[in-house]
Design a protein. Structure first.
Length: 142
């Protein structure tokens, strides 16, 4: 069934009340990857929950790290809206652990940040090559 059949063009699409609760993040070592992002973002790793190691982002959403060793990890992109007053500390933690950050998602502008939409942002890879992004202002969408 197409969206047009479900919702006529003149009807409002429902959006209120829909929130992301969690997402699984594949990792070759779930503990290492969860600890990595928690350290960089200044968060804590939660107690294992079944096959998952959660990192609570503080807005009702968790990253649930799931170990996957039988096939290569497909790189994904995760973007984190972070407080302006914590951004420099996150960059400092990336530098302290020897992780290069970039101003662009293609990772060509090393050691620099961007200033998109009046904020600051940077991209970096996690231990499995996921393209992580920290930004202090959300993107302005049309």
């Amino acid at each position: 069934m197409s969206p047009d059949q479900l919702y006529p063009h003149d009807a409002d699409l429902p959006t209120a009340g829909v929130h992301l609760n969690h997402t699984a993040v594949y990792a070759s070592d779930r503990h290492l990857s969860a600890e990595f992002i928690a350290v960089i973002l200044g968060l804590r790793v939660g107690a294992p929950f079944g096959p998952f190691v959660p990192v609570d982002l503080g807005n009702g959403v968790t990253l649930d790290y799931y170990e996957k060793r039988d096939e290569p990890i497909q790189s994904q992109h995760y973007a984190f809206l972070v407080p302006e007053d914590r951004f420099d500390a996150m960059i400092g933690r990336l530098e302290a652990v020897g992780v290069t950050y970039y101003a662009d998602p293609a990772h060509t502008d090393a050691g620099r940040i961007n200033r998109l939409f009046g904020g600051r942002g940077a991209y970096f890879a996690d231990p499995d090559g996921h393209n992580m992004e920290i930004m202090t202002r959300p993107y302005v969408r049309p």
